[in-house]
Design a protein around this ligand. Sequence first.
Ligand code: ASP
Length: 334
Amino acid sequence: MTSRKVVVLGTGGTIAGRANSGSDNVGYKAGEVSVADLLAAVPGMSDRLRGCELVSEQIAQIDSKDMEWSVWRALQQACLKHFADQSVAGIVITHGTDTLEETAYFLHLCLASVGQGKPVVLTCAMRPSTALTPDGPQNILDAVTVALDSRSTGVLAVCAGAVHGAQHVQKAHTYRVDAFDSGDAGPLAWVEEGSVRWCQSPLPAEENSGSAMAVHIEPWQAPRVEIVMNYAGAGDSLVNALCSMSTGAMSPLKGIVVAGTGNGTVNAAMQVSLESAASSGIQIALASRCAKGGVVRASPLPDGFRTYAGLSAVKARVRLMLELMMSATDIKDR
Ligand code: ASP
């Protein structure tokens, strides 16, 4: 009988970081320790695995501030490959905290319907592996626990004992180990001494809107979508600059996400330049710079404008990029 497996994909981050001193939690270099070495340093792992096999693969070795589409693509492909193996019970991804929410949401949109509902669990650390009390080993142990839990499904994130869903998870603190939050939605579960206490059901695959987007897209080329913020005195210069520099080495601009003030509002001059961009075919997504809530609209939006219920600006960008890719494929296929 083949034993069940948990696959751990390494991408770098602080969890794989090294500093010169154990008391230095910020002056480290991210992405230094291999995922195999990280796993070997987790006490109690074999008990937690209860006979399951642990397999690792290094996908990247970066600080997640440098995360890019090629790594997302490699992660997506690796997940598809491992889920094709029936003995894989779940996948854990070690990741930097800074863009974890974007990778989680990307995978949520691209992988939700594959793997027969088996989970993909992202985990991370706020302290490097060399810290006096690193948080990485406990987070990895918890993530493996969640990956093996029979109720786990979809794309999840585990940090500081909390389990979050990909749609709502957001980095909310710059320094503390309990750095993630799911806003109004709250965490899905807590990991306590090797058990998962669920407070809400994770989203089953078929209810994930837009599930399996981009799974079949080849060749992989990400449309350029940028984010601008509205703030006191912002004006229209950034939107105008973006629209006018769509040449040279840059791929053409296809979309703008606005991290608007409050309920997705923008200043009068920016509104005019966004409407002009929309009339030239650039898609505009309105999000909010507020940490909680989403854009709530009662009146119709101008042509070429959209909002995504409850999505932050960075996640709205991921979604818009994938939608643009899907529509490009539809057009090509017709
Ligand atoms: N700079 C790190 C990263 O995102 C931060 C972290 O992992 O906590 O890779």
